[in-house]
Design a protein around this ligand. Structure first.
Ligand SMILES: Cc1cc2nc3c(=O)[nH]c(=O)nc-3n(C[C@H](O)[C@H](O)[C@H](O)COP(=O)(O)OP(=O)(O)OC[C@H]3O[C@@H](n4cnc5c(N)ncnc54)[C@H](O)[C@@H]3O)c2cc1C
Length: 394
């Protein structure tokens, strides 16, 4: 297929990965149809922090894809009614071992392409009034991060894509099969395609279950909270992450000081490791502060949220953040697919069909870059392996 051919593209799933692929395809002039089983998207893409988080990606292709994605979010903010706010991010240190990790990352990061800077407590508090000043030892500033309001973004995008690029959306439509140039729906419709992209998120059973069973993907449940809108227009200023977060994102693995930090947390507060708790905060355009999170995997996943997790999260949150109003307005859980090492899952089960999943806490950060890389390569009749086997089209 030459890059100038107008293709019939079908996409399964109207989460961020499906929407990003729809935008990238429609911009290239293809005819795009998106199938979503729910009346409107209700998966991980509306349940997250809304943190576009390039700092969490490892140096090289993953971070480059995240930065490309970040640029697309900013473009989307200019072109549409989607709220997109450059905020940067602060990792806070309230313990000496946390500060040691931040110091190491501040000295190694810039050479690896992270424009980070170590801040004193006074400088941290100038950037964010949401940092807990009691016991604050310092912070790591990164200018790259961006905030979006997940439900607002994910529910605005379909209308915008339809109006500006004639993308067709079929909500309330379950796809039951994608093979040999034909997509089947549960209602009995058959749709022919040149290219199909299956972006089913944490659904590992409905389509291509054998491939997904071998993929290394595991399901993970997270508990989340959001406060009431903060009073008098109070703003967090930037995304905030805690010392506990340093053990969560892969970028900090370049720091030898991480091992003693992990050991201290495992000994002092094993309940945080058992429930995968680390704490972060972001703020939406409505003034609410989104707080989380915890991680439970596979068979440990229950549909019921627990008070134990909520109490532990709030205990840790209050140690490191300082909000004018801690009243919790809503509670929810999200489920994502997690891969042991890849920030996205990419697989082509047959020619013309691609499976794409934003794995772990990275889908909002990676989706637009992932889609751009894919469509660049598909324009040359090739595939992009997203760091799994190579770093280019193959
Ligand atoms: C609590 C939480 C916090 C997070 N925080 C962040 C964050 O701050 N930053 C970040 O970068 N990432 C974050 N993530 C990760 C991010 O939200 C996900 O990686 C991303 O949303 C996954 O997008 P997706 O499109 O792959 O899946 P989803 O959003 O789940 O979308 C998949 C869609 O496919 C549809 N579907 C599935 N099968 C079919 C079928 N057969 N027929 C029709 N439709 C189908 C589903 O209904 C669903 O709407 C977080 C995730 C969670 C759960």
């Amino acid at each position: 297929m030459s890059s100038s051919t107008r293709l019939d593209v079908v996409i399964v799933g109207a989460g961020i990965v499906g929407l990003a692929h729809a935008w990238a395809a429609a911009r290239r002039g293809h005819r795009v149809r998106v199938f979503e089983r729910s009346p409107r998207a209700e998966g991980a893409s509306i349940r997250n922090f809304g943190m576009v988080w390039p700092i969490g990606q490892t140096p090289g292709p993953a971070r480059d894809t995240a930065l490309l994605s970040r640029d697309r979010w900013l473009e989307l903010g200019r072109l549409s009614d989607v709220w997109v706010q450059p905020t940067g991010s602060l990792h806070l240190a309230h313990r000496p071992d946390e500060l040691a990790v931040l110091e190491e990352f501040a000295s190694r990061g810039p050479a690896l392409g992270y424009p980070v800077q170590l801040l004193t407590p006074a400088e941290v508090l100038r950037r964010s009034p949401g940092a807990q000043s009691r016991g604050l030892l310092g912070g790591l500033w990164s200018p790259d991060e961006v905030a979006v309001n997940p439900p607002q973004a994910i529910r605005t995008l379909p209308g915008w894509l339809h109006q500006t690029l004639q993308v067709r959306f079929d909500f309330r439509t379950v796809v039951t099969q994608v093979a040999d140039g034909r997509l089947l729906t549960a209602a009995g419709e058959t749709v022919r395609y040149d290219r199909a992209i299956v972006c089913g998120g944490a659904d590992l059973e409905s389509l291509f279950p054998a491939v997904l069973a071998r993929s290394g993907l595991r399901r993970c449940k997270l508990q989340m909270l959001a406060t009431v809108p903060q009073p008098a227009g109070w703003r967090l200023g930037t995304h905030l992450a805690s010392g506990l977060t340093l053990r969560h994102y892969a970028n900090f693995s370049i720091c030898p000081a991480l091992a003693p930090l992990r050991a201290r947390i495992a000994t002092e507060t094993p309940e945080l490791d058992r429930l995968g708790i680390h704490v972060m905060a972001s703020q939406t355009n409505t003034g609410q502060v989104i707080l989380g999170d915890s991680h439970e995997y596979d068979d440990a996943i229950e549909p019921f949220d627990t008070a134990e997790i909520e109490e532990l999260m709030l205990r840790e949150l209050r140690l490191v953040f300082d909000l004018p109003d801690w009243t919790i307005a809503s509670r929810w859980q999200g489920i994502y697919a997690k891969h042991p090492d890849a920030p996205v899952f990419a697989h082509e089960p047959e020619p013309g069909v691609a499976l794409r999943t934003g794995t772990g806490g990275s889908g909002m950060t990676m989706a637009f870059g992932l889609a751009e890389r894919d469509w660049e390569c598909w324009g040359h009749g090739q595939n992009w392996d997203h760091g799994q086997h190579g770093e280019n089209c193959r």
